[in-house]
Design a protein around this ligand. Structure first.
Ligand SMILES: Nc1ncnc2c1ncn2[C@@H]1O[C@H](COP(=O)(O)OP(=O)(O)OP(=O)(O)O)[C@@H](O)[C@H]1O
Ligand SMILES: [Mg+2]
Length: 223
């Protein structure tokens, strides 16, 4: 489902690449967690996979789309239809209430399904918030709205950056469980970046990012 080969990304003025010859293979429906020190490049890796950043070298294939080559129409349509992204900052639309924020991507794709949206909001414990505006929500509530928005159009791949970063421990566990179970329900491939061991351990394949590449076991030391 996701094949990444020899990916390299170096930001201007940095002395070394933040992603350096990184390789990753993920099968359909697999859940992968990525842990690693702050600043080691986790969000950068997700931004490359989502096509928000351009790599300096290497290839990323998601489904039938080679993101690094087909940057134009096909890749855009793929992102709209097949990708769900939970950002580290939530990026909710201030002028829309909770229900319309969540429905936004499904509307773009033309696949609004109100009962399914109810189900997801219920699973995430945000059904009673449907009429509220984002400015009237706590950080944790906004985070759950962002998760619902990423899932509601039934994407084949979900990229989640710190999806429980703003939640207390109990809510974090509940939201992580909801995220994993909704993805399992639909055989959605899930890549979740997190600092929480509890959240990471629920993934089928836990990984660690250090020195620009992914490892199957924690690597001692800093970045
Ligand atoms: N647009 C950018 N331009 C230049 N440098 C950047 C840019 N985005 C990130 N960086 C740098 O790249 C490094 C990796 O950042 P990134 O956000 O990927 O880390 P992270 O692993 O997600 O950290 P955290 O756990 O704190 O979220 C940092 O040193 C950061 O300052
Ligand atoms: Mg980050």
């Amino acid at each position: 489902m996701i094949v990444i080969k020899e990916l390299v990304k170096q930001y201007p003025h940095a002395t070394t690449p933040i992603i350096n010859q990184l390789t990753l293979n993920v099968v359909k429906g697999e859940s992968v967690s990525i842990r690693g020190a702050s600043g080691c490049g986790k969000s950068t890796l997700l931004a490359l996979m989502a096509g928000f950043e351009e790599a300096d070298a290497g290839t990323i294939q998601i489904g039938n789309i080679a993101l690094s080559c087909d940057r134009e129409k096909d890749a855009d349509a793929f992102r709209r239809d097949q990708l769900g992204v939970v950002f580290q900052s939530f990026n909710l639309l201030d002028c829309l209430n909770v229900w319309d924020n969540i429905a936004f991507t499904a509307r773009l794709k033309g696949v609004v399904d109100a009962p399914y949206q109810e189900h997801i909001m219920d699973t995430l414990g945000i059904a009673p918030l449907r009429q509220k505006m984002p400015s009237a929500l706590s950080g944790g509530e906004q985070q759950r709205v962002a998760i619902a928005r990423a899932l509601v159009h039934r994407p084949s791949v979900v990229l989640a950056d710190e999806p429980t970063g703003n939640l207390d421990e109990t809510t974090s566990d509940q939201v992580a469980q909801a995220l994993y179970s909704i993805c399992a329900e639909l055989a959605t491939t899930l890549i979740v970046v997190t600092h929480s061991n509890e959240v990471a351990q629920q993934a089928q394949t836990p990984m660690w990012l250090r020195h620009g590449t992914l490892h199957a076991a924690p690597v001692a030391g800093g970045r």
